[in-house]
Design a protein around this ligand. Structure first.
Ligand SMILES: Cc1cc2nc3c(=O)[nH]c(=O)nc-3n(C[C@H](O)[C@H](O)[C@H](O)COP(=O)(O)O)c2cc1C
Length: 530
């Protein structure tokens, strides 16, 4: 896919997924307007600014699919898995339209950019869609998205409390007592947002994953003041450096993917040394939390499927649920071999910051919360089927963990094996199914369908029928409903009387599955011994 950011906006516009607001709008109203909108919004006239704002572009499942060129949501995951398996390294170009305007030194003024605030408790105007690229002298290139709160005209924070690769790069630079140069590309296509949002292992270039998603290399161009590339298609690029302050400056609060306000964070500062932008640049304000969620979820799917593949588990389906903020919960259905549910739990729980995983058999619909709860209710013994691992890597944004300066909390991982326990007979899990469901259709009866009345009999005729039934169950045990159907030339009451006759004459018994058989025969169940 060669499409750039602007072409994507046009595609949204053409399909009615983006609405243009051409009247003057106060920047303070942008976030709530986006929150109320079903479409993306393009604010052409933001009062006091020369640059327009677009927001909410991937704030729905459909628009996330459009952004990744996928026909189904699942296809995003498949594309991501293919891109991870076959990354395409970026292509370096000399320059790009982003360099049409360049401001350096004293000219740098972040207050000229329409950077909105969003929620009531935000710590200030916040850059939410910056794809950050950095280089570590030994570990190579890394990219990711991290939020920046504007503090001065050329100073921001950077939210890297989570133990990710960018935090590691900043930590290593701090130990060298050096600033860490970073480029921040704002207004990039959802493909680059997805690539950089994927937490690749150290040494893997996320821009090459974005290239794999595109099927062609992502183009990168050199910054003006630092030795780093930026995304050539970006609308606006900030060039800066994370200062060696350590995690000593209060920043936030931030509205998080958890749908909660995070607490105050302690972060390093970032000095912005240059701003470059297109002459007619558009500022992209990524709206939390759903623009994050819809693109983050597929990265979890891909990583979980990979871990389960390595563990050799036969997976039917995975649901990274929205109730779990698309980060913390997964329900997985498997075709189980003995012991495999526990292996599946161990494998899935190793993925990222996943907290709670439920594994069910493949007869459970994992997209139906009631079915999953039913599996937990009927298949789990808490002492055998719940595994808890303490002190695993956790997301500091988890509000149930200790928070505060310098704290990198660890947390618990919980796995629930809600598969049918090994060694329990399958018939313990025979679901209620109704006799005649294939024939007796309510819609036909609503239209007036009538049933034929069977023969009714008494006395000797019932005894004769009982003999016939006895002959049938001598051959093989039959369920009561099978007998009722086999002798359906008689009405039900007559069949029931005949079976009653066999009971009264002490000929009737049942086999271990509950089928009718002859008393004392090879099929007959015997009372379990105490
Ligand atoms: C819209 C968006 C905003 C994000 N904001 C932050 C953030 O403020 N801080 C953070 O640590 N991670 C944030 N992330 C997650 C990281 O970008 C993501 O985990 C990335 O893979 C980290 O890469 P790294 O391990 O290479 O540093 C955000 C992701 C998205 C999609």
């Amino acid at each position: 896919m060669q499409e750039n950011f602007r072409q994507f906006l046009d595609r949204l516009r053409q399909t009615g997924e983006l609405v243009d607001l051409r009247q003057p709008v106060d920047i303070r109203h942008i976030a709530t307007l986006v929150d109320q909108a079903k479409t993306a919004l393009f604010f052409h006239k933001v009062i006091g600014y020369d640059v327009p704002v677009v927001s909410g572009i991937i704030r729905s499942r459909e628009r996330a699919m459009m952004g990744l060129g996928a026909d189904t949501y699942r296809e995003i995951e498949d594309k991501l898995a293919a891109a991870i398996a076959k990354p395409i390294p970026p292509r370096h170009v000399k320059t790009s339209p982003t360099r049409e305007v360049l401001m350096t030194g004293d000219e740098v003024d972040l207050y000229k950019l329409p950077i909105p605030m969003s929620s009531i408790y935000d710590g200030g105007p916040m850059i939410t869609a910056g794809v950050v690229i950095a280089r570590d002298p030994e570990l190579g290139i890394n990219s990711g998205i991290y939020r920046f709160i504007v503090k001065e005209k050329n100073l921001t924070g950077i939210d890297i409390v989570t133990p990710n690769n960018m935090r590691l790069f900043a930590q290593r630079a701090l130990e060298r007592k050096e600033p860490l140069p970073i480029s921040i590309s704002i207004g990039t296509h959802p493909i680059e947002i997805t690539g950089s949002g994927y937490r690749a292992p150290l040494g893997v270039d996320e821009m090459a994953i974005a290239g794999g998603l595109r099927g062609v290399p992502v183009e990168l161009a050199p910054c003006a003041t630092i030795d780093l590339p930026y995304i050539a298609d970006a609308e606006i690029v900030l060039e800066g450096e994370i200062l060696p302050t350590g995690w000593t400056w209060p920043e936030g609060r931030f509205g998080e993917f958890t749908r909660l306000m995070g607490g105050l964070h302690w972060n390093p500062l970032v000095r912005i040394k240059a701003v470059s932008m297109r002459k007619d640049a558009i500022y992209y304000n990524l709206h939390m939390p759903w623009e994050n969620t819809w693109l983050a979820a597929p990265t979890r799917y891909a990583a979980i499927r990979q871990a389960l593949r390595t563990a050799g588990v036969q997976v039917k389906d995975i649901n990274v649920t929205l109730g779990g903020c698309a980060f913390w919960h997964a329900v997985i259905s498997i075709k189980k071999q003995p012991g495999e549910a526990k292996n599946a739990l161990l494998a899935a729980l190793s993925v990222m910051d996943l907290k709670h995983v439920v594994v069910v058999d493949d007869d459970i619909d994992i997209f139906d919360p009631m079915d999953v709860e039913w599996a937990i209710a009927t298949r789990v013994q808490g002492d055998k089927d719940v595994m808890i691992v303490s002190n695993a890597r956790a997301k500091p944004l988890d509000p149930s963990l200790p928070q505060g300066a310098g704290i990198v909390p660890t947390g618990a991982k919980v796995g629930i094996d809600a598969t049918i326990p090994d060694g329990i007979p399958k018939e313990h899990y025979e679901r209620i199914t109704y006799a005649y469901a294939d024939k007796a259709k309510l819609e036909d009866y609503a239209k007036g369908k009538k049933d034929e009345a069977g023969k009714s009999a008494d006395g000797t005729e019932v005894a004769a029928l009982a003999k016939e039934i006895l002959a049938a169950i001598e051959q093989a045990p039959l369920y009561y409903t099978d007998i009722a159907e086999k002798f359906s030339t008689y009405d039900f009451r007559t069949v029931a009387r005949a079976i009653g006759h066999l009971h009264a004459t002490e000929k009737l018994w049942q086999d271990p599955r509950g089928r009718m058989c002859v008393r004392g025969s090879q099929f007959a169940a015997s009372l379990p011994k105490k």
